[in-house]
Design a protein around this ligand. Structure first.
Ligand code: CA
Length: 223
C-alpha cells in the first residue's frame, strides 16, 4: 500500500518520509494541491495525508473534488488552524479524520491504522437489504435499481446499519463509525443525518427499515 503525502512544508515532508519509511509504508509526495489532486486522481493509493493550506489548490478543495470524482481513498487531513469549524468542515467534505499540527508521529500512525481498519470494514463489495443495494466498490446505493444519492455520512450510517441489520446500534457506535472516536456531538448531528437518510431510504414505505430503539439508538429491520 502506498501513502500519498500532499504537503508543501518541506521540513514536515522530510519528517513524514522518514517516519513512514521506518514503519515500512511506501509513499509518494506532492508539494502543492494541484499536483496532489492529479496524483490522487490517477494513482492507486491506500491512503492520503492531506495538508489543509496548500499552494495552487486548497486542501479542502482537493478533498471535496476527489470525492466528487468518486475517489474514495481514505484521507487524513492535517490542519494548523486550530479552529473547530475547520475540523467539522474537513470531515464534511469527505475526509476520514484530521490531525491538528503539531502532532506526534505516534498519533499520526495511530490515526492511519484506525482509518485503514475502519475502511476495511466498510469496503464490503455488495450489501443488500429489502430493495436497497449498497455497492461498496462504487460507493453507490440503489433502491429498486435506481441510484439514491447519499452524502458520505449518510452512506456510512446506512452501511453500518445494514452490516449490523436486525441488531440495535447505539448512538455512540454510529457516531464513532461515521465521525471517528474524537467527535463530540454538539448539534444532534446524528439525528439530522438520520432524518435525511430516512427520507431517501424509507420514503413511501409502510414499514420503515430504519427504526428508532428508544434509549439505545437505531436498528435496521427488514420486516
Ligand atoms: Ca501547508
Amino acid at each position: 500500500m502506498t501513502i500519498l503525502i500532499i504537503e508543501d512544508e518541506k521540513k514536515l515532508v522530510e519528517i513524514l518520509k522518514k517516519a513512514l519509511r521506518g514503519e515500512k509504508y511506501a509513499f509518494d509526495v506532492a508539494y502543492d494541491g494541484e499536483e496532489g489532486f492529479q496524483k490522487a486522481l490517477k494513482g492507486n493509493y491506500g491512503l492520503i495525508i492531506l495538508d489543509l493550506s496548500l499552494p495552487k489548490k486548497d486542501g479542502m478543495d482537493v478533498c471535496r473534488e476527489l470525492r466528487e470524482k468518486l475517489v474514495h481513498t481514505p484521507i487524513i487531513m492535517l490542519t494548523a488552524r486550530g479552529v473547530i469549524e475547520n475540523r467539522v468542515e474537513g470531515l464534511d467534505v469527505g475526509a476520514d479524520d484530521y490531525l491538528l499540527k503539531p502532532f506526534s508521529l505516534d498519533e499520526l500512525f495511530a490515526r492511519i491504522r484506525a482509518v485503514l481498519r475502519r475502511r476495511r470494514v466498510v469496503e464490503v463489495p455488495l450489501l443488500s437489504v429489502a430493495d436497497i443495494i449498497i455497492d461498496g466498490k462504487k460507493h453507490e446505493v440503489t433502491r429498486k435499481g435506481k441510484v439514491v444519492f447519499l452524502t458520505p455520512k449518510e452512506y456510512r450510517i446506512l452501511n453500518t446499519l445494514v452490516r449490523n441489520k436486525e441488531q440495535a446500534i447505539t448512538r455512540q457506535q454510529l457516531i464513532e463509525e461515521v465521525w471517528g472516536p474524537q467527535f463530540v456531538e454538539t448539534n444532534n448531528e446524528l439525528n439530522v443525518h438520520i432524518r435525511y437518510l430516512r427520507r431517501k431510504i424509507d420514503s413511501g414505505r409502510v414499514r420503515p427499515l430504519i427504526q428508532t430503539i428508544r434509549g439505545v439508538g437505531y436498528a435496521l429491520k427488514e420486516q
